[in-house]
Write a protein that binds this ligand. Structure first.
Ligand SMILES: O=C(O)CCC(=O)C(=O)O
Ligand SMILES: [Fe+2]
Length: 332
């Protein structure tokens, strides 16, 4: 049986209880609003003290303990008054709205038939943090479609959470990068890009991203690894421990792949794969991507790209799907 994944864009984020709390995020400075009104009291007090402190600084500036005390008082109470409340994510969005960065990932051709290209550093650390953060309010149980029938959820086939990302300057630059990678191609051929996260035991059984008879087939797929870590962070966790841990399992497996590859590929491929699935299994290495062509040049589906998201054994895996259609994509 042939399965593929269709998700249509939601116009507003649906906040499902099972989506849980945000996981490891870009360091977001606490905004003025989150600090609350009580934080204004020391700040006003600080303003009144400013002239007095300046006099002290001039008079006793030679004594370093006095300078140090003034400096730390300034850092704690006065600097926040002048610091911009912009978060790292807002800054990245503003930069990308001005111009997409010149980003040159490293490509390695793994196979020409089917065409499978391994891409190192497809996304930067900042882009990954940004997307992980952006996806949080949009997660829903990943739907599955069997031929033309879209099924809401079938954990036997696919157990994960998907987030269709909204149009946004960073998303648009990543989309542009993805069409540029494929030669001349308008961005309108791309589906809305989707983040997918897998917890322990979550998987996506072997499938094609196309099915025969699709009026506007998916000509290619990018699967980018956004996270492979210790999983959702408990509220009391200080962050260090879970960030250090790596996920286990979660490779992207092509069970029908029959070609050879050099030993040097073992840095990207699980050469000790004992899943019994056969073929080749790409490790979820954060920032890197797999790109493959789903169709032969004549438009028929290539059987060599039958693939699976293997079960996650420990931690969580998060990926990004970027599907390109043959013609302009119109959400179903
Ligand atoms: O999780 C993976 O490694 C592959 C995911 C996939 O094939 C899909 O989302 O269509
Ligand atoms: Fe897939």
């Amino acid at each position: 049986m042939i399965f593929h994944t269709f998700v249509t864009k939601t116009s507003s984020p649906s906040k499902l209880p099972e989506c849980g709390q945000p996981f490891a995020m870009a360091s977001n400075p606490v905004s003025q609003k989150e600090r609350g009104p009580s934080s204004k009291i020391p700040s006003l007090f600080s303003l009144l003290l400013l002239p007095l402190l300046s006099v002290c600084y001039v008079q006793w500036g030679r004594f370093s303990p006095v300078q140090d005390a003034i400096k730390s008082f300034y850092t704690a109470h006065l600097q926040p008054l002048t610091a911009s409340p912009r978060s790292a994510t807002q800054t990245l969005a503003a930069q990308y709205a001005a111009a997409c960065p010149d980003h040159r990932p490293k490509t390695h051709i793994f196979s020409t038939d089917p065409l499978i290209i391994y891409v190192q550093d497809y996304l930067s650390r900042n882009e990954i943090d940004y997307l992980l953060d952006l996806a949080v309010p949009y997660y829903q149980k990943s739907p599955v479609s069997k031929g033309f029938n879209l099924e809401a959820y079938d954990a036997e086939i696919r157990s994960s959470m998907s987030a269709v990302l909204p149009a946004d300057p960073v998303v648009q630059c990543i989309e542009q990068r993805s069409v540029d990678f494929q030669g001349f191609m308008p961005r309108s051929r791309l589906e809305d890009i989707q983040v997918v996260k897998y917890a322990v035991a979550d998987h996506f059984r072997p499938h094609f991203d196309w099915f025969s008879g699709m009026a506007n087939p998916r000509v290619s797929t990018f699967f980018v690894y956004l996270a492979c870590d210790g999983g959702e962070r408990p509220a009391h966790d200080d962050g260090n421990d879970s960030e250090m841990r790596q996920c286990e399992g979660g490779a992207t497996q092509f069970p029908h792949y029959e070609g050879f590859f050099a030993r040097s590929w073992c840095k990207f491929i699980d050469c000790e794969d004992d899943s019994g699935a056969g073929g080749v299994a790409f490790k979820p290495i954060v920032g890197n991507a797999l790109f493959w062509a789903n169709l032969y040049p004549n438009g028929t589906g290539h059987p060599g790209v039958w693939h699976a998201g293997m079960p996650v054994k420990k931690g969580r895996k998060v990926g990004l799907n970027i599907f390109t259609r043959r013609d302009t994509w119109v959400p179903e």
